[in-house]
Design a binder for this molecule. Structure first.
Ligand SMILES: Nc1ncnc2c1ncn2[C@@H]1O[C@H](COP(=O)(O)OP(=O)(O)OP(=O)(O)O)[C@@H](O)[C@H]1O
Length: 254
């Protein structure tokens, strides 16, 4: 379970550009389930992820992950507990390295060894077995540089890498947004399978309301750092969610 307490963040404080994103924000994310975060552009969704991972420092607040206090940990330490997949298919993977090299790096995320050493100690059969799960034929392309893969193949690899060492928390930041509708659905199905099988506590940002309903357990809508809707995904229809979304966007534009 992830517990966020009193999270406060202001960009450019005490300047004309001052921008308060969170003001004593609280959130409990259920263990082993997928919670979706919706909200209009600029409402603070990615900032929330950056604060959780430690990519940017919070002004105030605590983060407990499975009762481990991460608040004082730096980004590198938190990476031992958190896997993140972002929208950009080239993030989360090293495009100039091949598939096997990328998977070797993912298996030893926080260790500082040379790539040669990592490869020597990588169980290639285990990598092949994991790649086979994706059903994309990547297990036959171990020596292919990742930059030559399609966006969908890269996102699938990025998802595998983020979950190789089962993370205590998986953060999905619009991870299917750059993909065509069919590939987006396939990756989302793989994601849901992985979350279910590995019992991963997951926070997912998406603008795809159908994905939010079909693949998550709980849906939260953010507006300027505040939770304006918090419902069980099976208690709301897509039409109702569209209506709530539009109501909030209208309020923001008013
Ligand atoms: N590192 C930063 N420095 C200064 N301002 C930032 C930084 N990161 C985000 N912001 C600002 O914080 C606000 C929230 O941005 P954020 O990226 O979290 O929104 P979002 O909800 O993820 O939007 P989108 O749906 O477009 O991805 C924006 O006004 C943005 O300009």
């Amino acid at each position: 379970m992830l517990k966020i307490r009193n999270l406060t963040k202001t960009f450019y404080p005490n300047t004309p550009e001052e921008n308060q994103i969170f003001d004593h924000f609280h959130l409990d994310v259920e263990a082993n389930k997928c919670t979706t975060i919706l909200g209009p552009n600029g409402c603070g969704k990615s900032t929330l992820f950056n604060l959780i991972t430690g990519a940017i420092p919070a002004d105030e607040g605590t983060f407990y992950l499975d009762d481990v206090d991460m608040s004082a940990m730096d980004e590198r330490e938190r990476a031992n507990y958190i896997g993140r997949v972002s929208q950009d298919p080239s993030r989360g993977v090293s495009p100039s390295l091949n598939i096997l090299e990328n998977m070797a790096l993912a298996r030893r995320k926080s260790e500082t060894f040379t790539l040669k050493h990592l490869l020597k100690h990588t169980d290639e059969a285990a990598v092949v077995a994991r790649l086979k799960e994706l059903d994309l034929g990547l297990e036959n392309k171990l020596n292919t540089k990742v930059k030559f893969l399609s966006g969908g193949q890269r996102q699938s690899l990025s998802l595998l890498m983020a979950t190789t060492k089962r993370p205590n928390l998986l953060l999905l930041d619009e991870h299917t947004a750059a993909l065509d509708p069919k590939t987006s659905r396939i990756i989302m199905e793989k994601t849901a399978e992985l979350i279910e099988r590995e019992h991963m506590t997951t926070l997912m940002i998406t603008h795809n309301l159908k994905h939010a309903i079909d693949y998550s357990h709980r849906i939260i809508m953010l507006d300027r750092g505040r939770i304006v809707l918090d419902v069980a995904a099976n208690s709301i229809t897509e039409a109702e969610l569209v209506q709530k979304y539009n109501e909030n966007i209208e309020k923001i534009m008013a």
